[in-house]
Design a protein around this ligand. Sequence first.
Ligand code: ARG
Length: 283
Amino acid sequence: MSRVATKATSALKKILMVRPTHFEVVRYSINPWMDPVSKPVNRELAMAQWTTLKETIEEVGGEVHVMESDSAQDWPDIVFAANAATVRGNKAYLANFLHPERRGEREFYKAWFEANGFETCGRTDIAFEGAGDALWCGKNYSRLFAGVGPRTDIRALPDLAKQLDDGSGFKVIGCKLIDPRFYHIDVAFCPLSDELALWFPGAFDPVTQHNMKNEGVELVPVTAEDAGFFSCNAVVVGKNVIMNHTTTRVAKTIEKIGYNPIFIDMGEFIKAGGSSKCCTLQI
Ligand code: ARG
């Protein structure tokens, strides 16, 4: 619970964040959390929450790279950097957004990756939503847990495996998402290390639940209530787990497995259906 954090001791964690210059929930709703009429965003407060997230990551030893978004006024959700791409080494497999409301973000991310030394790839004919739907876990990060259904088309998976192949022989595991509130895998599954993760099992169909349990990862469940506070959407830096305010039950769970929970307010972003992890991309 403490804000007194232990600095990350493992390799420096590089994280991309996008400044929420034009963030809003006004023109569209593409998930059950978004309601432009009754839950408009306070952009000033959003900027303050985003800054707190950034500073908290830096305090615990994360290295944050900021992508500016001044000319992305037509793409308010671009703040959700998790959706930009899935990264392995210096290769970024770019998102191809399902909804036209987010499709234009790709060009901005592509330009950023290319200007920062990454090779980009990714198709434009099959829906795929980046690290929002593809998370590395399993021994030596040899598994890519990919959410399929709501946003990512299962046909993207073989191409991901092919394009990101670096000779290490990683395996892609398709995870079927069944609850509209948990429309990306990163709101229901949160790797803490290569062999430990938080998850909300109810977001996945029974076959997927079974498969996920068989990849050598210890899965620590959170309740539906906790998942509703975005407790599976945390930024992990070393032993620090940064997430939106939630129940004391989650705090105790995280402490019990040897991690340090840090709670911040991500309320303005939750109005768009995302929390701390959605605002970041590990690069
Ligand atoms: N409004 C955005 C959308 O519906 C939120 C994205 C949240 N990002 C995430 N990685 N879960 O696409």
